[in-house]
Design a protein around this ligand. Structure first.
Ligand code: PLP
Length: 395
């Protein structure tokens, strides 16, 4: 048989292009900042995860530079062999203090946490119960297990309870329940208090992916557990340094038992080179900034409240958003894309999210607030949304 081993690459890519599902990469020319240069044009940034603008914080940049001088550009190995530096342990100690947990473990990325840890927590004879809107990295982590799976309707705690009752009746060895803390497409917050309570009631392990809550919600941005007052009751608090902390790196916070288990078992941690010194030093400095400069989280929320109130009062549908992620729902995919293009022409960078990431008729511009934006920037963005919304008959 004659077989072209590579033909599918072009065919499938072209299919994506024809359906409008392909990613067209924009280029950031310079730092990710509240106002930055994208494809040669100066724009107000409304779609980065750099919520607190910490990636440009002088103390964090300085710490990174110093670490290159003192520790070099790379770590030389995986942590379990020869790549475990004092900076890595220091970052974990500082993070545990910040999170108020016994211990923490830092992975290369948040994706690596979900992919590496979830399959080690459950296996054959166990069950995972997952919110239907959980992030793709959780879905991939779940797919790597031999555990049974159940999915509950988004944030529906009575459905979760039914799934827990069912799992209990079937006598599974372990039950793991996972939810995003802040849902990244809608900006709503999981019902963290009830979630933890139900897990405790049924002897299930609770796991919250707090990628968009870390540095954003809870007192001083300490995340979901602090937000709901369930510190010490949540079994696995997962998060990332790639968003509000302005750096990169995944994290797990919980008991020392969890951390000992996680680093001995997660292959994504064991078999992947550790963070470069500049990254570990930036993580430490970012925690320092969060602990000593509460104004960043305060500004983020001040901007969020203003933008959300104004955009809602124009008549835009923002769904159930409760956080700095505010979706501006447009309807059909092409409308969201047209609005995004119009905004870019007006100097506002905010990307469309379309099917299959969200329902076909719920295409949206997903805006993400930044603590470094001024009232003038926000007013300019709001005026552009209003004009675009009217021109495209969304309003
Ligand atoms: C909910 C959620 N979990 C996990 C991740 C992965 O985090 P990281 O960027 O650190 O790999 C993301 C990032 O997009 C996310 O939004």
């Amino acid at each position: 048989m004659t077989r072209n081993p590579n033909a599918f690459l072009k065919e499938e890519y072209q299919d994506l292009v024809e359906k409008g599902f392909n990613w067209q990469l924009r280029t950031l020319e310079g730092p990710s900042a509240p106002v930055c240069k994208v494809d040669g044009k100066e724009v107000i940034m409304l779609c980065s995860n750099n919520y607190l603008n910490l990636s440009n914080h002088p103390k964090i940049k300085e710490a990174s530079k110093r670490a290159i001088d003192s520790h070099g550009a790379g770590s030389g190995s995986v942590r379990a062999i020869a790549g475990n530096m004092d900076l890595h342990f220091e970052a974990e100690r500082r993070l545990a203090k910040f999170k108020g947990t016994e211990a923490t473990l830092i992975y290369q990325t948040g994706f690596a946490v979900n992919q590496g840890l979830i399959p080690q927590l459950v296996g054959k004879g166990d069950i995972i119960i997952s919110d239907e809107l959980n992030h793709g990295s959780i879905i991939d982590g779940v797919r790597l297990t031999k555990a049974d799976r159940a999915v509950y309707a988004h944030s529906d705690m009575s459905e979760l309870e039914k799934a827990l009752q069912d799992a209990d009746a079937k006598n599974y060895r372990r039950i793991l329940v996972i939810t995003d803390g802040v849902f990244s497409m809608d900006g709503d917050i999981a019902k963290g208090g009830d979630f933890v309570k139900l897990c405790q009631e049924y002897g299930a392990m609770s796991y919250i992916d707090d990628a968009h809550g870390e540095g954003v919600i809870g007192p001083d941005g300490r995340g979901m557990a602090a937000h709901f007052g369930v510190e010490g009751k949540l079994d696995v608090e997962m998060g990332t340094f790639s968003k509000a902390f302005g750096v990169v790196g995944g994290l797990v916070a919980g008991s020392q038992d969890l951390v000992n288990y996680a680093y001995n078992k997660s292959r994504s941690w064991l078999l992947s080179g550790s963070a470069p010194p500049a990254t570990a030093a930036a993580q430490i400095a970012a925690i320092d900034v969060l602990e000593t400069e509460p104004e960043h989280v305060q500004n983020l929320w001040k901007n969020t409240d203003y933008f959300k109130k104004e955009i809602q009062s124009m008549g835009f549908d923002t769904g159930n958003s409760e956080t700095p992620i505010t979706p501006v729902i447009c309807g059909e995919s092409h409308t969201a894309k047209e609005l995004s293009n119009f905004l870019y022409d007006q100097g506002i960078f905010a990307l469309p999210i379309v099917f299959p990431m969200v329902a076909r008729d719920k295409a949206r511009i997903r805006t993400m607030m930044n603590a470094g934006l001024t009232r003038e920037h926000l007013d300019k963005a709001l005026a552009a949304f209003e004009k675009g919304g009217k021109d495209l008959k969304i309003l």
